[in-house]
Ligand binder design. Sequence first.
Ligand SMILES: Cc1cc2c(cc1C)[n+](S(=O)(=O)[O-])c1c(=O)[nH]c(=O)nc-1n2C[C@H](O)[C@H](O)[C@H](O)COP(=O)(O)O
Length: 422
Amino acid sequence: MGTVQKVEVKVTDEEKARQERIKARPSLSEILNLHDFEAIARSVMQEKAWAYYSSAADDEITLRENHAAYHRIWFRPRILRDVTNVDFSTSILGHKTSMPIYITATALGKLGHPDGELNLTRSAAKHDVIQMIPTLASCSFDEILDNAAPGQVQFLQLYVNKDRAITKRLVEHAEQRGIKGLFITVDAPQLGRREKDMRMKFDAEDPAEVSKNDKQGEVDRSQGAARAISSFIDPGLQWSDLKWFKSITKMPLILKGVQCWEDALEAYDHGCAGVVLSNHGGRQLEFARSGIEVLVEVVEKLGEKRGLHFPNEKFQVFVDGGVRRATDVLKAIALGATAVGIGRPFLYAFSSYGQEGVDKALTILRDEFEMNMRLLGARNIKEVVREMVDSSNIHTHTVAVPEDSLFRLNYESMQHARLKDS
Ligand SMILES: Cc1cc2c(cc1C)[n+](S(=O)(=O)[O-])c1c(=O)[nH]c(=O)nc-1n2C[C@H](O)[C@H](O)[C@H](O)COP(=O)(O)O
């Protein structure tokens, strides 16, 4: 039976040092937004864990553009609509969720906290949001499922293995265990060059333990975690493989990492249940556009070419990347997304405060949704519509906007090569 690759990350002495630093963190009541978690995580996390989570490809331009793109979209709020009660619950692939977000797949949860992805599983159940389980989880697939609440909705993110028999076993096992959606990652035929990560030597016990069944072959630990765990990914994946996927599973297929309207149209024509417009959090192709910018063109072009209206039940469009506020999510919803994936903020939340941190992050988002829906003049998600945003600037990548200091303060600028003893 295939399993999600389990990466044993040994609990090192550094972990004890981390516990020491954690004692100095502020109480959760002082954490007001998702940026705060990033600031605390940066000071308490082990260096290589921080490097892995925070890093992105090449000069990290796309990483920063993901967030900056939301600053080119402005609201057109409506007034006098009796917003005493607002309801921001919705559904994703037919499954109820308390907010139009999901916890997206991010690998190696145990780099940040000994309980790894279980922090996300438990908090997702408590707050009624959906968790997307990564192929490269530190916790094993069954351990994550065994810790889920009865009836908890979870998706699986899949890196397709060169050895299709391994992928088949994993997909069939996931379906048997009740996974409700298969998100096939299509933007990573090879993992990007994340130089902050590459500067670290990835010394997890044995990344070849990434899966009990997978033969990893040579594991190159000299270039950080990403290189060490990704040699199994098949760069040969192509559109014709979707037919094979449909022959081995009934789960809805969603392509994660679509970056232009042409491929979204292909995905629709190939009978996918949806796409995630994403550049992998800036960790893959540098200068790929943000998911939110691609969303604008996908909605326009699929409307033109196939008469589709968004949000669309039959072909759901998601975005992720750079989302740090409920207002970012509401902009995506107004522009036609069904929901938004959030990655790093939840990693930083549990790396700093364990599950309680994730609980707090979801509570902050819930409070932000409640306030911003009122101020927008929307009583429910259906009323968050296209006319409520001005995205006319989305494709102009050089606009002066008030500085986003919290994000900038958290951002750790790149270091280039240095002389040995300097
Ligand atoms: C931050 C992060 C993201 C990863 C991620 C690991 C980390 C630490 N990993 S990675 O090791 O291969 O790059 C995955 C992964 O396993 N599979 C995947 O589909 N996306 C992966 N992503 C991308 C993720 O699913 C979202 O696209 C991205 O995190 C969204 O951006 P924000 O972090 O800004 O929310």
